[in-house]
Design a protein around this ligand. Sequence first.
Ligand SMILES: Cc1cc2nc3c(=O)[nH]c(=O)nc-3n(C[C@H](O)[C@H](O)[C@H](O)COP(=O)(O)OP(=O)(O)OC[C@H]3O[C@@H](n4cnc5c(N)ncnc54)[C@H](O)[C@@H]3O)c2cc1C
Length: 343
Amino acid sequence: MSTDQQYDVVVIGGGPAGLSATVTLARSLRSVLVVDAGEPRNAPSTGAHNVLGREGVPPLELLAAGRREAEGYGAEIRRDLAVSARREREVFAVELASGGTVRARRLVLATGLVDELPEIPGVRELWGHSVLHCPYCHGWEVRGRRIGVLATSPMSIHQALMFRRLSDEITLFRHTMPDPGDDAEEQLAALGVRVVDGTVARLRSADGELRAVVLDDGGEVPVDALVVAPRFLARTELFEQLGGKPSDHPMGAFIATGPMSRTEVPGVWAAGNADDLSATVAGAAGAGVFAGAAVNADLVAEDAAEAVRVRRGERAGRDPRGAGDGSDVREDGAAGATPLRTP
Ligand SMILES: Cc1cc2nc3c(=O)[nH]c(=O)nc-3n(C[C@H](O)[C@H](O)[C@H](O)COP(=O)(O)OP(=O)(O)OC[C@H]3O[C@@H](n4cnc5c(N)ncnc54)[C@H](O)[C@@H]3O)c2cc1C
C-alpha cells in the first residue's frame, strides 16, 4: 500500500486518546489515518483499572478492541513510527519510519508520555508490577501489603499519605528527598509511617517479585511493593518540529492546549498524556473524543468558508491553520466562528 496519501486527519498515537479521537472523527465520515508505534504507557500492567465497564481489562486488549471499533467506521491504522512532521502550504506532511509520507489537513498528537524512572538497579525490571506510581492504578492490588515509598521530592510525602490509606505498613525511604519540614514529619509520625534514612542502592527481587529495598550501607528492608515518582515527559518532538514549544511542569513537560485540546500550532491538536500528564485511561479517552469533535468542527467551518468563496467565484484554497486564516482563534483555543460539535 502506498504511504503517499492524504487524509482529513492523521492521528499520531493509537492509545486511548488517539483511538477515541479517531472513532469520533470517523463517525463524522472523516478520512483518518492512525500512525501508532504500539508502545502504550501502561503496557507493563496486567490490567487497566478505573475504566468503567471494562474494569481490569488488559491494556493491550482494550486497545485492540478500540482499533477494531475505529476500523469499523472506516479509519485506517498503521503500525509505524512518525519520525517527522512539517507544514507544507495547505497540509501537514508526516514522514514514517518505514518510508513514505502521509499528508493531512489536521494533526492530532496523541503520542503519550515517557516515564523517566529513578536510576536504581531493579526499578525498570519491576516497573508496572511491584514498582508503582499511582494509587488509583495499582493501589487496590497492594492493599494491606508492605509498601515502600522512594522519596525523591516533597511530593513523596503526598504519595506516602495516599498509600497509607491502603495499608498500615508504609515505609518512607528518605533517599534523595530534601528535608520535608516539621509538619510533614509530624504527619508521618501521627499516621505511623516508618521513615528510613540513607540512600537506596538497589532492589532485590526473586521470581519477578520485589523482596526488599537494599540500602547503601548494605541493610535490607523487606517490602512487597515500592512507590516511585517518575518524571513525566510528554513526547514533544513532532510538536517542536512544527514550531511548538513544550511547557514545563513540576513533574515533567507537556504540550499546552486550550479546553478543546487545540495547541498553539494552528491545525494541530493534542490529547491524552501528551497534553495532560495526569490523564488516566478514561480521561485520555475523553480528551480524545473532545479533540476529535473539535477537529471535525474546525474542518466543517473551513469547508463552509470555502464553499462560500467558491459560490462567490473567489479562488478556493485551504489553509491548515484552521477555519478561516487562524486569526479567529479565541483565547480558550477554539475557533471563533466554529460551532463546536457537542458530543
Ligand atoms: C504502569 C502503569 C500503569 C497504569 N495503569 C493505569 C490504570 O490502571 N488505569 C488508568 O486509568 N491509567 C493507568 N495508567 C495511565 C495510562 O497508561 C495512561 O492514562 C494512558 O496510557 C494515556 O493514554 P494516551 O493515549 O495519552 O497515551 P498512550 O497510551 O501512552 O499511547 C500513546 C501511543 O502513541 C504511540 N506513539 C508515540 N509517539 C509516536 C510516534 N512518533 N509515531 C507513532 N506512534 C507514536 C505510542 O507508541 C503509544 O502507542 C498507567 C500508567 C502506567 C505507567
